[in-house]
Ligand binder design. Structure first.
Ligand code: HEC
Length: 144
């Protein structure tokens, strides 16, 4: 199997784990225990989801949201309505269209930099985070 690590992940791994080799194969179970702190999500993505999405997309979901968005696994499941798309693909569409967060969200709209963080990650096909998150958001960011 070849290493499909995105460039940013290679850079991070090279900086943080010089001897770790190819650890970012997406989807392989237990590929990165270190990422468990953010449920496998890159830390900056996890922080934005927590702030702007998880008020509703919790477990169990609140305010009629159809699914949780707590972990990387949640983003890789079939979409809540269109089962031919994955949840991250539905996220991309909903964010691009300005449908999410809904205008009545108590946790407010996405600030422009937050939207950039999410869309960059979604444009990269929502890769799994590879670095444990520190208390302030730590490493594993999509945007170096
Ligand atoms: C105030 C509560 C609330 C917040 C905050 C919220 N959502 Fe939702 N979300 C909903 C509800 C309710 C639905 C179902 C109705 C709908 O699709 O409009 C939904 C549906 C969705 C869907 C499925 C849409 C589809 O057509 O497949 C996605 C994806 C989604 N939300 C992503 C997000 C993301 C990403 C965020 C944060 C940036 C977010 N939501 C924030 C309440 C919320």
């Amino acid at each position: 199997m070849t290493c499909h690590a995105p460039l940013w992940a290679v850079g991070l791994l090279a900086a943080v784990l010089p001897t770790a080799g190819c650890r970012s194969d997406r989807g392989s179970a237990g590929a990165s225990d270190a990422a468990a702190a953010a449920g496998g999500l890159p830390c900056d993505v996890a922080a934005v989801l927590k702030l702007r999405c998880q008020g509703c997309h919790a477990q169990p979901p609140r305010m009629n949201a159809p699914m949780p968005l707590l972990t990387w696994d949640d983003t890789q499941k079939p979409g809540p309505y269109d089962k031919t798309a994955l949840t991250w693909q539905a996220m991309r569409q909903a964010i691009q269209a300005g449908d999410m967060p809904p205008s009545e969200s108590p946790t407010g709209p996405l600030a422009a930099p937050e939207k950039v963080i999410l869309l960059r990650w979604l444009d990269a096909s929502a890769p799994r985070g590879t670095v444990a998150c520190g208390p302030g958001g730590g490493g594993g960011t999509v945007t170096p």
